[in-house]
Every structure is written in C-alpha cells, then in structure tokens.
Ligand binder design. Structure first.
Ligand code: ADP
Length: 486
C-alpha cells in the first residue's frame, strides 16, 4: 500500500509538472512569436536562429520536366528523380533510391563524402531506362536537401556552420556545400547543376505549397523537430534592404532551440538535458550531437520515450516495486518512442502489449495490471505535453504572420479588435515526420490544442496537412521552380 501511494505520488507530481493549461499555452504562443521577432531583428538576438533561406518563391504546380533531388541528413541518403507534368497534371512519377552512408565516410574528408555521393548520383542517372526525355544538351537540375546548420549565401549555396548527428568532416565546416558537390560531379563528368540547397523543412513546405498554395508553414516532428514559414522580407530586420520579387522569403526557424521560462519543465527534463550530450543511438547506429535543446527535448521522438523511462525509473526507486530486476531501466534511450506509443495505445483490457514491452525491452516481468495502468498514464502525460507544446509553437508562427485571427505582431495592417472568421484566410500548415504521422494520440492532442488555443471559429480555417517525402520530392520541386530555364 505504501509502495503504491509512492508510485501514485510520482505520477501526480509528473502531471503537475507537465501541466499545459490554456493560459500557459497562450504564454508559449506569445513567447514563440516574440522570439521569432527577436531572431529576425538581429543575428544572435534569440535562441531561434531564424535562418534566411533565400527561397523567395515556392513551387505552384506549373513546374514541368524531370528534376533530381539528393537528400542527406542522417544515416541514409536518398537520390530521387521526379517527373512533373505541369499545370493540372502534378507529379507524374518519382523514383527513389535509398542508401546507407558507409560509416567510414561520416568522419572522412569532404572530398571522399562528395565523391561518393556524386558517384551514386551518376549511377542513378545512368540506370534510367527513359532518361532520353531530356534533350541532348539540356543540363540536369538538382535540389539538394542538406539537413545540417547552413548559412545560406543564395537559394542554391551555403556554408556549413557545424556538423551534427555524428557527422564530423571538419574540412567542410566553413565551406560552401554546393561548390564541393559540384566539384565532385565535375570530376566524373556528371553534368548537373545544384539549383536549390535547402533543409528538410523547406522541402516539406515546397511540397505542401505545390499541392496547396495556401500553405504558409511546414513543421517536422520526427526524431527531431523544426519549422519554417514564409515571412515578409521587410520584417527581416537583420538583413536590411533584402529585396525579393515576391516580397517574401522562407525562414528556417531551427525551433528545436526555442526556450521560454513558460515551458513546463520537470526534473526529468533537467536530468535528460544534463546527461544528453552525445547519447549513442544504437538503433540508428550513430551518435547524436548535443545541438538538440529545450523545445526539441520536450517534443520530439528522440526524447519522449526516454522521459517516460526516467519516470518509471523514479517510480521503481521510490517504491522498490520491481526489486533489482530493473537495472535495464537505467540504460539511457532503451525505451524508444515507438515502444512508448505502442504501450500508450494498447487497448487490450489486460494491457498485454504493455506487459510484453516491459518484459522484452526492460526485462521486467509480472508487473501488476494496476501498475501497468500507471505506466500508460505516464506515456499519456508526456505525449499530451509534447503535442500541446508543438501546437502552441504552430500557433506562435500563425500569430507572427497574422494568421491567428488576431492581427499578428508583425502585420503592418492595423486591425481593430478580432478579425472576423469570414475575413480569416484559409491557412495550411504542412506537417511531416514519424512522430506526427505514426502516433495517433500525439496527433489528436495536437489538433485538439490548436482548436483550444484559437477557438473553433478561427481554427476551422487552419488546416494541418500531413506530408510525406517532402524533404526529397520538395527539393526536386524547388530545383524545378529555381531552374535556370524557368
Ligand atoms: P527522421 O525524423 O529520423 O528523419 P521520421 O520522420 O521517419 O525520420 O521520424 C522517425 C521518428 O519518429 C522516430 O525516431 C521515432 O521517434 C518516431 N516514430 C516513428 N514511428 C513511431 C510510432 N509508431 N510512434 C511514435 N513515434 C514514432
């Protein structure tokens, strides 16, 4: 009985620490909008880097022809070929080839890495059965999704700021990524032009906009999390005199770094943050850098399972319920987020799946049903907080661009009072990533919170659209819309 009370005590404390009342969510919304402002005002003005992408127009469906993409951002890299039919026809077809990056290359030299990539690309191009659609001397064009921190110089070039996710090819830091790739392609006489260099969120935005021109932002919620959106150039104060034909530019927020004192932080988050530099990610066979911070650690798939593990560990320590069999509970990242969601969504009356995962993954058998129910509650609390914070982040973006129904802090248009819903424009946010697309409860909680924050009137104009393969296909679309012939 005493043990049970202690366990319930741990849960109650967690619930309190993770509470995301509407009032608190509104504070997070405001903080996000304010930080976005600060990040646009000056370099280093906020934890939000608000990186310029120089992408000033997005694909709209008129693109036509065959374009290529290269997607590098983790353990795998992918090459794609996308055929676009032009107005009304959409994407006629696409082929993808996925390939792991040989481990020795991620710590080699930039020349070795790009020689390897260029060669793979060349083989992919040569393997085309109907590559002859391209005219003899027509140059192939490529969209390059390179999901590492880059300081863009133009829409098609940029300097690597630093490596993350276990990559460490030091000679590339400070160099233009596109030039390096072009050099490797030239060496093997692969005639291809990098027409766009982007990160994965920008690819997702491009694909979203291609399908629906009301798409104004894209959010990725997978292993990590990030967002980008279309900003008015005159609101980008840190880069004065920036002119684009459209008057807008895509800004890569790097929102994983967002931090606000209004975020509901628990002792588990503090411990996770303190212990997280370079946790070895066995499942993906790579070491994650310590760039992940704040917002990302409360929201993304890399961390949610580990927060749950920490709470169960605390329960075990305080109640001694599992005896000494629970040593595997001390292993960081042993409880992956997909297992957490499987426990959370176990709808069998006796929570069989929960029992199986506890036994197989944590080597804890014979957990009483009521304790299993507590564990499901823990998963619920952690996911509920994550999804609601992500929702607040999205509404923060909408607020910044005046699409939250209240006028927006950057909007030059002065509005008296609340914009009526009839005047509220249809607003689409493209969302991609395994956490959002595969974890139903997360998705439901996120949608619910958007409605709660905005109110039903306004929320009915905000559409969250699931996107798939945006980082690859979107890059090819950007190659098309930034093609030298367009
Ligand atoms: P990445 O973000 O690594 O590029 P994805 O967008 O496919 O790739 O996201 C994968 C991540 O999504 C995993 O690391 C995991 O955290 C999360 N995820 C995948 N499937 C599930 C699931 N069924 N339940 C919860 N989270 C999941």
């Amino acid at each position: 009985r005493r043990k049970w009370n202690r366990m319930v005590g741990v849960l109650r404390e967690l619930e309190e620490g993770c509470s995301t009342s509407l009032g608190r969510l509104r504070q997070v919304v405001d903080a996000m909008a304010v930080e976005m402002h600060a990040g646009l005002a000056s370099e280093g003005g906020s934890k939000l880097k608000m990186l310029l992408t120089f992408i000033d127009h997005l694909p709209d469906g008129n693109e036509k022809g065959t374009y290529y993409a290269l997607d590098l951002g983790g353990t795998n890299f992918r090459v794609l070929r996308v055929q676009l039919g032009g107005r009304g026809s959409g994407i006629l077809g696409h082929e993808v080839q996925k390939q792991p990056i040989p481990l020795h290359l991620i710590t080699s030299t930039s020349e070795e890495l790009f020689d390897f990539i260029a060669l793979t690309l060349k083989q992919f191009v040569e393997g085309e059965d109907n590559g002859s659609e391209l005219q003899q001397n027509e140059r192939r064009e490529l969209g390059f999704t390179f999901s590492f921190p880059v300081r863009q110089i133009s829409a098609s070039s940029g300097i690597l700021i630093k490596w993350t996710k276990g990559f460490s090819i030091e000679d590339l830091v400070g160099k233009d990524v596109t030039t390096c790739l072009q050099e490797s392609m030239a060496k093997i006489e692969l005639d291809m032009r990098v027409a766009a260099l982007v990160n994965d969120t920008v690819g997702t935005l491009a694909l979203g906009h291609y399908h629906d021109e009301d798409t104004v932002a894209a959010v990725i919620i997978g292993t990590g999390t990030n967002a980008c959106y279309v900003e008015r150039t005159d609101a980008i104060i840190k880069s004065q005199g920036l002119l684009t034909n459209s008057g807008g530019m895509v800004v890569n927020m790097e929102w994983g770094n967002f931090w606000s004192s209004h975020l509901p932080k628990t002792s588990y988050d503090i411990d996770l943050d303190a212990e997280s530099p370079n946790p070895y990610d066995q499942a993906r066979g790579q070491i994650f850098g310590c760039l992940f911070a704040g917002f990302e650690k409360m929201i993304s798939g890399m961390y949610l399972g580990d927060i749950v593990r920490r709470v169960i560990l605390r329960m075990a320590q305080e109640s001694d319920i599992f005896g000494d069999v629970a040593s595997s509970l001390s292993v960081p990242f042993i409880l992956r987020t997909p297992l957490m969601s499987a426990m959370h969504e176990d709808d069998s009356p006796d929570l069989r799946e929960v029992a199986r995962i506890l036994k197989d993954t944590l080597q804890i058998s014979d957990v009483p049903l009521k304790v299993r129910r507590l564990i499901v509650r823990i998963c619920d609390v952690v996911t509920h907080r994550a999804a609601r914070l992500a929702a607040a982040g999205i509404v923060g973006i909408l607020k910044k661009i005046g699409r939250d129904g209240s006028g927006g802090i950057s909007s030059g248009r002065m509005k008296s009072g609340i914009e009526s819903s009839s005047k509220m424009r249809r607003t689409v946010v493209a969302i991609e990533g395994g956490l959002y697309s595969s974890y139903t409860m997360f998705r439901e909680y996120l949608k619910e919170a958007i409605v709660e924050i905005l109110g039903e009137e306004i929320a009915q104009h905000v559409i969250l659209r699931v996107s798939e393969d945006g980082s690859g296909i979107g890059a090819a679309l950007l190659a098309a819309s930034h093609s030298s012939s367009s």
